[in-house]
Ligand binder design. Structure first.
Ligand SMILES: C[S@@+](CC[C@H](N)C(=O)[O-])C[C@H]1O[C@@H](n2cnc3c(N)ncnc32)[C@H](O)[C@@H]1O
Length: 224
């Protein structure tokens, strides 16, 4: 959207998240209409939770609504809905229909540059990395599930098991031009040292406004 690249490939393994991206890219107009018209009464949200979607569009709509109305956006089954929400706006708090519709419109506008793959990133990466060198850049944002960390990713995502050792080895093998975010777990720091990658620590706030450390790992140094 900032014209930094001519095209982008996005890879996601989760069926719910994938349905969102597919519907946003293939049926953006209808998804915008559905989200603008939606009234998030608790009964309607329970129906969405329980009824199996009958199309990719319905599935994508369901993902978007549940992500915006459940506490911390958690999609995993059994997650609770937000009560007071941001600014005390209850079930509406994370939704902001107009903002969502305008974001969907922006995604649609760029859909000819976006390729979405519902797949395992670890299987697709070698194919994507082959032969591009510095002409392509990879952004990786894996679930935070390294053993030494607090394993927040296990709570947040259905697909949270990542072979961190294999992922680091793959990036090194392909000499990938990458930027990756991770939790500042000792296991990850060891892998960074082992592969001689570059890293900086950032401070971020989690959903409970606690300050946490996060590592940004890159192939090239970020700062001179
Ligand atoms: C920290 S989140 C990334 C969020 C994303 N950057 C965004 O802004 O929406 C981690 C994501 O990785 C996905 N994931 C986990 N294992 C994967 C795999 N092997 N291949 C592709 N995606 C995977 C999870 O389903 C989850 O959506």
């Amino acid at each position: 959207m900032e014209e930094l690249v001519t095209s982008a490939v996005m890879v996601e393994i989760d069926r719910d998240v994938a349905a969102f991206w597919r519907s946003a890219l293939e049926s953006g107009d209808t998804l915008q209409e559905l989200i603008t018209a939606f009234e998030p009464a608790i009964e309607r949200l329970r129906e969405l939770e329980q009824d199996a979607p009958s199309s990719v569009l319905e599935h994508g709509f369901r993902t978007l609504v549940l992500n915006r109305t459940r506490r911390n956006g958690i999609l995993a089954p059994g997650a609770s809905f937000t009560h007071n929400g941001e600014g005390g706006r209850g079930l509406l708090s994370r939704r902001y229909p107009e903002t969502l519709a305008s974001r969907l419109a922006a995604i649609q506008e760029h859909s000819n540059k976006l390729i979405f793959l519902e797949s395992d990133g670890l299987k697709v990466l070698p194919v994507l990395l082959q032969g591009w060198g510095d002409r392509a850049a990879v952004f990786l944002d894996p679930p935070y599930t390294a053993k030494g960390g607090k394993r927040a990713g296990s709570r947040l995502y259905d697909h949270s098991n990542i072979d961190h050792v294999a992922l680091f080895a793959m990036l090194a093998d392909y000499n990938a031009n990458f930027l990756m975010t991770y939790d500042a777990a000792p296991e990850i720091v060891d892998l960074i040292k082992q592969h001689d990658f570059n890293a900086v620590i950032l401070f971020m706030k989690n959903g409970h406004h606690n300050q946490m450390r996060e590592i940004v790992i890159t192939s090239d140094p970020l700062f001179a």
